[in-house]
Design a protein around this ligand. Structure first.
Ligand SMILES: [Zn+2]
Length: 250
């Protein structure tokens, strides 16, 4: 149960208790003849009547809650059946595609990710064939079958160890990463991504980085680890990182 649900339930419970207490006092007052002098017998009858009324109200509330729960359980069961039917339908499509001879190179990919979008699969197959047909880029064809979707510009970057994407102030870091064999990939304008836990102080000391180069952390997604950035504030260039082994190594 979430915190907001707990607070909501506590407020509802408190409200119900107050209403119950007010009801008890009101019923008792009315049944007793609105404050007129009464005998002990009348007091007892009023108290019993009040308790009986409150018990009926409480039971009605419990019955309403039980009906609500039953309705929610029926809806959840219906949704689960619908989901299961959809999954079975998808299983059939996956099995169909994973036995289509035309798509044979993609069979492992289809089964692994349960891919069912035929247009996307055709496009992946075309990309695979295009890379295979180009002797300079044929070594990237296998990656396509693993689900990698690098663009032509990214593949050209991978094939040229001297290529740099970042600004002149970040290039010492990019060069050090690539020189150490860390995978880097261009992404966006003047930006690369890399899997490395950048040790900013060590990099600054070793590479004499410019003052415009700053480190920052960003929570881009609530379920993913925070991303780490080295940004050049002068040139709007960046190296995105986060996770991976420390760099430079400790
Ligand atoms: Zn710069």
């Amino acid at each position: 149960m979430s915190t907001s649900s707990r607070i909501e339930n506590a407020l509802l419970g408190g409200g119900a208790a107050l209403v119950g207490l007010a009801g008890f006092v009101a019923c008792f007052w009315l049944l007793l003849g609105q404050g007129e002098t009464s005998t002990p017998r009348e007091w007892l009858a009023a108290a019993c009547g009040t308790l009986w009324l409150l018990a009926v109200m409480y039971l009605a509330h419990r019955v309403a809650r039980a009906l609500e729960h039953a309705r929610a359980a029926r809806a959840a069961a219906a949704q689960a059946m619908l989901d299961a039917a959809r999954e079975r339908e998808r299983d059939l499509v996956v099995a169909q595609l994973a036995s289509d001879p035309h798509l044979e190179p993609l069979w492992p990919l289809i089964c692994r990710w349960r891919l069912t979008d035929r247009a996307a699969l055709e496009s992946t197959l075309q990309r695979h064939h295009a890379l295979l047909a180009d002797p300079r880029r044929a070594h990237h064809a296998a990656g396509v079958l693993q689900g990698l979707r690098w663009s032509d510009a990214q593949l050209a970057y991978f094939d040229d160890p001297a290529a740099r994407v970042t600004c002149v102030h970040l290039q010492p870091v990019e060069a050090a990463l690539r020189g150490a064999g860390r995978q880097c990939w261009p992404q966006g304008q003047a930006e690369i991504g890399t899997e490395a836990a950048l040790r900013f102080a060590a990099l600054r000391a070793q590479l004499a980085l410019a003052a415009s180069v700053r480190e920052s952390y960003e929570d881009e997604h609530p379920h993913a680890p925070p991303r780490e950035y080295l940004r050049c504030t002068d040139c709007r260039s960046a190296i995105e990182s986060g996770g991976g082994a420390a760099f430079p190594p400790e």
